[in-house]
Design a protein. Structure first.
Length: 284
């Protein structure tokens, strides 16, 4: 992505997620469509928003009593999975297209967090409130009924309803018994945390492919949400260095030293920055 278009995407994303916006007021769908512009610079979010609203209208038309969760879930599941044929992409799980909500809408394929986002946004528009739950290795949804009781929904599994015991079995299955359920695994996450998790998924995929240019664009977006994250600043420095952006790498390494003066690797990073500065002086 060219520098100018990259700057435009970062600015548009910041407008939607900046610290002055209450988390619950963040437009999750538009924010996800905006960060998709790192891959699709000319992407127009409006047709995708309209598509989600049209789906939500059909869901709402099937609900007689919005206060009855089972009816809302049945309507969501019928429209999303029977009529629209959304499904989890088990065959090509680590394809980055599974993380871009426009691709999910175009292909009807996604991973747990993007299908959860779609389910959540359709549900919200149809009057059914849902929250994200970021379990390790799997993303779920949570609903509180009128009495304050909660249950879970797995959008990756066609909207199946799960109890806490079901979640315990799921996490043990995913991690082959190496991780057991802890209460914090079932806590709801903020919208900013949900967007960050989607971006972290993309970062992991791009790093595994050694696609540093796309990875640095993703880290830029993460730093829009959490600008004071030392680890992300340090990683962007390393990525910029690998892309021969020595000036950017130096700025980030020096910023990391200021942000985390007591970090265990701060002396090593300080020496790295000094080495880059000397190399740059020799180039001039």
């Amino acid at each position: 992505m060219e520098a100018q278009s990259s700057s435009e995407v970062l600015q548009a994303f910041a407008t939607l997620v900046h610290a002055g916006i209450d988390d619950e007021r963040i437009d999750l769908l538009r924010a996800a469509l905006t960060f998709a512009r790192v891959e699709y610079p000319q992407l127009d979010p409006t047709p995708y928003v309209q598509q989600v609203e049209e789906i939500a209208h059909r869901v709402e038309s099937r609900i007689d009593d919005p206060g009855e969760p089972s009816q809302c879930i049945a309507a969501l599941n019928h429209v999303l999975f029977d009529e629209e044929m959304f499904r989890g992409n088990t065959a090509d799980y680590y394809n980055p297209r599974n993380s871009f909500i426009n691709d999910v809408l175009d292909r009807r394929l996604g991973i747990p967090i993007t299908l959860a986002l779609l389910y959540m946004e359709v549900g919200r528009r149809a009057g059914f409130q849902l929250f994200g739950v970021g379990m390790p290795g799997h993303f779920m949804l949570k609903h509180y009924d009128i009495d304050g009781r909660s249950f879970f929904i797995d959008a990756f599994e066609r909207g199946s309803v799960l109890s806490e015991d079901d979640c315990k079995r799921k996490i043990e299955s995913i991690h082959a018994g190496q991780i057991t359920l802890r209460p914090e695994f079932l806590m709801i996450v903020t919208r900013r945390q949900m967007l960050t998790r989607m971006l972290n998924n993309l970062r992991t995929i791009y790093l595994s492919r050694r696609d540093f240019r796309r990875a640095v664009n993703v880290v830029d977006l993460i730093l829009v949400i959490y600008p004071r994250s030392p680890e992300d600043v340090k990683q962007r420095a390393a990525l910029r260095y690998n892309l021969h952006d020595y000036k950017g790498a130096l700025a980030d390494f020096e910023e990391y030293v200021k942000m985390a003066p007591d970090a265990s690797d701060v002396d090593e990073i300080r020496q790295t920055a000094l080495g880059i500065r000397r190399s740059m002086a020799m180039m001039n």
